[in-house]
Design a protein around this ligand. Structure first.
Ligand code: PMP
Length: 455
């Protein structure tokens, strides 16, 4: 049986060098654009994250439709990254593209609600189950606003998150856990950090009910902000019974439960919380909620709505610190209405889940046949190839098994053979537009990868 020891750093580096050369030869247009954009953008890209792909130069996109992405050199890719979930329902699905085109000539933003606001509110309640809603433009913003509401209505200062969490560019949540002392540490990679996180944010390991209870016990936690499964530190699923107990602990200690479904919306129609009856006080959904047009929503219970209204009315006139000018604009509402009606459907998820199971099974069979100590963890339509022998229980497990070079090699190897995985981790997402042929292509390239690694 092969072991990981033969995958030495030197060997992976040599293999990766060959892939880098292959990319350079086959992407002359992207290379030319990458040179030209240096004159206008930091690192040559409109968002510096766009350089966090393992390719030696940025891959420039000419067009993306369904799950087929075409690069500047005219090469086509089966896209399993799907904009890291923004395009989870496929690139520019026709009902969404039509709705956006129709609204584009009828006013984009007025800082007044459009007449379809009722239809959108009904759609949000139908899909996600909560009665009341507010809008933001990104999931980062939605999380930030919900934290403010939660602290305002509970009059408690503390926030509780799980180690390895990511909830966007939200200062309070960009923290790590010091494993031996349990202290909150500022995340070292965060730039320009000046806040004293340890004073207002507690961090506990995922799947650890004792630590959760200890953090809640002082009675000063406004809310637990959590994804139902960690999706930004590999994919770490909840253990059986974890959420039932965690939810009960929040109630017992008077802390609100804010569920960030931005990624776990892949679980089932309406997300994980709905499928597993987690009964969040607040629910945040961004990225794919309007099919990839910038939009995020947060829903809440009637009880929360009453407490929010009371907090707002009790505050003096002036800035609330919640909201941005373009939130809830007419274009976004048009896109949301189309997305809720045509994309967030049982038919979408039936297709996504069936194909995701097929991909998971195909990967597992190949890993077993090759005797690799690797794992596939799936949550509905998203799954993660993990270079570790078992499913991780928490972020520390993931840190201890990190194989960044092997991961980067896998990415570039697949990209060079027309399959896109999500950078930062090996996530694969299935959309309603993904076809069996796309899954077959990925599995075929995975076979080739296993052969190369076994030589
Ligand atoms: N919540 C979760 C769970 C996320 O994964 C992300 C982004 N990856 C965000 C919030 C923030 O989303 P955005 O970058 O669109 O603000």
């Amino acid at each position: 049986m092969p072991s990981t020891t033969f995958l030495s750093s030197a060997r992976i580096a040599a293999l990766q060098q060959a892939e880098r050369e292959r990319f350079v030869v086959s992407h002359p247009q992207s290379l030319a654009l990458a040179r030209a954009t240096q004159a206008h953008y930091l690192f040559g890209v409109p968002l510096h994250w766009m350089r966090d792909w393992p390719s030696p130069a940025t891959l420039f996109v000419r067009e993306a439709q369904d799950v087929t992405l075409q690069c500047a050199d005219g090469l086509q890719y089966a896209d399993f990254c799907l904009g890291d979930t923004g395009a989870m329902f496929g690139h520019s699905p026709p009902p969404l593209a039509d709705a956006i085109a129709r609204q584009a000539s009828r006013g984009l933003t007025c800082m007044l609600p459009a007449t379809n606001a009722v239809a959108v509110g009904e759609g949000l309640q139908r899909v996600f189950g909560l009665p009341f809603w507010q809008m933001a433009l990104t999931a980062s913003d939605a999380n930030r606003f919900v934290l403010r509401w939660a602290r305002a209505i509970t009059r408690r200062p503390q926030l509780l998150v799980f180690d390895g969490c990511y909830h966007g560019a939200v200062d309070d949540t960009l923290v790590d856990l010091e494993p031996t002392t349990g202290r909150t540490l500022p995340r070292p990679s965060v730039l320009g950090q000046v806040h004293n996180h340890a004073a207002f944010t507690r961090v506990v390991p995922f799947n650890d009910l004792d630590a959760l209870e200890a953090a809640l016990a002082p009675g000063d936690v406004a809310c637990l902000l959590a994804e139902p499964a960690l999706t930004n530190f590999g994919l770490v699923p909840p253990e059986p019974g974890f959420w039932e107990a965690a939810r009960a602990l929040c109630r017992q200690h008077g802390a609100l439960f804010v569920c960030d479904e931005t990624h776990t919306i892949s679980t089932a129609l309406g997300g994980y919380a709905r499928a597993h009856s987690l009964e969040p006080d607040f629910l945040v959904v961004g990225k794919a909620v309007a099919g990839g047009l910038p939009s995020a929503v947060y829903g809440f219970t009637t009880d929360m709505a009453e407490r929010m209204a009371a907090a707002k009315e009790a505050a003096p006139e002036g800035h609330s610190g919640i909201g941005t000018t373009l939130s809830g604009n007419a274009l976004t509402l048009a896109a949301l209405e189309a997305a809720l009606g045509h994309l967030h459907t049982e038919a979408s998820y039936t297709h996504m889940l069936a194909l995701a199971r097929q991909l998971e099974q195909g990967l597992r069979e190949r890993i077993a046949r090759a005797g690799m100590p690797w794992t596939v963890t799936r949550l509905g339509a998203r799954m993660e190839l993990q270079f570790m022998p078992g499913t991780p229980r928490n972020a520390q497990d993931v840190r201890e098994h990190a194989q960044a070079e092997l991961e980067a090699f896998t990415h570039l190897f697949m990209l060079n053979r027309s399959v896109l995985l999500t950078p930062f981790h090996s996530m694969m997402l299935i959309s309603p537009a993904t076809r069996t042929g796309d899954v077959d292509r990925l599995l075929q390239v995975f076979d080739e990868l296993l052969v190369v690694l076994a030589v």
